[in-house]
Design a protein around this ligand. Structure first.
Ligand code: DX5
Ligand code: ZN
Length: 218
């Protein structure tokens, strides 16, 4: 069963609690895009906001850190109520200590790679993580087009997970809609992140349902 993790980045930030209500019953997780203006040009929000919305949702908080040197702030996201924290392979040289810090807190750790980063980069880490997040856009903004050239990497990532860590989940993030969502599922995705497709829809609950139905059409 495919899981859907709507990205709050495409929601109306003046009323986050109401926006969460629109997806609460059908989503499996809530994807929280943290950007620091350094790892990516954009700046979004930090642990204060995650903590403020924690009691507005029963969904798993899927925190995607697009920040450099995450070690300094990971403890704050743990305290804020994250269930999964994903860091980027490109973010620092100390990936394993960050992953261990996350797992030692009893929550799940993920590793993510940008479109230009080869899968080889994370092969030595795949046994250490619970989730592999493949970016299908260059991170920074929602509403970008899915990069078709990432599809072979998603297939390769599925093979790597099956070989080295079958318990890990494969998440795909960026430009997901009914066409690209189907492609990502066929390539092996277990979790689809969708921002604009869900929150720009007049009925976000139905948009999530439509994405889930893609898996049934396989
Ligand atoms: C991009 C973020 C994504 C983004 C997805 O930097 O990591 O999670 O919000 O938004 P859509 O689905 O609109 O591409
Ligand atoms: Zn994201």
């Amino acid at each position: 069963m495919i899981k859907i993790s709507p990205s709050l980045l495409s929601a109306n930030f003046s009323c986050l609690a109401d926006e969460i209500k629109r997806i609460e019953r059908t989503a499996d997780m809530l994807h929280l895009d943290v950007m620091d203006g350094h790892f990516v040009n954009n700046i979004t929000f930090g642990p204060v906001v995650v903590s403020a919305i924690r009691d507005k949702s029963r969904l798993l908080f899927d925190v995607h850190l697009m920040i450099t040197n995450p070690a300094r702030i990971i403890p704050d996201f743990i305290k804020a109520g994250a269930d999964i924290i994903t860091i980027h392979a490109e973010c620092c040289d100390e990936l394993l200590p960050c992953i261990q810090m996350i797992r030692d807190a009893g929550i799940k750790a993920g590793i993510s790679i940008n479109p230009p980063t080869p899968l080889d980069t994370i092969v030595p880490l795949i046994r250490e993580v619970d989730l592999l997040l493949i970016m299908s856009v260059n991170p920074g903004w929602s509403g970008q087009g899915f990069m078709q050239e990432v599809l072979p990497k998603i297939r390769e990532a599925k093979g790597l997970i099956e070989r080295d860590n079958p318990a890990a989940e494969l998440e795909v993030d960026g430009g997901i809609n009914l066409v690209t969502g189907k492609q990502a599922i066929e390539a092996g995705a277990d979790i689809l992140v969708a921002g604009s497709f869900v929150f720009n829809s007049p009925d976000p609950g139905k948009a999530i349902g439509d994405l889930k139905n893609l898996a049934a059409q396989r």
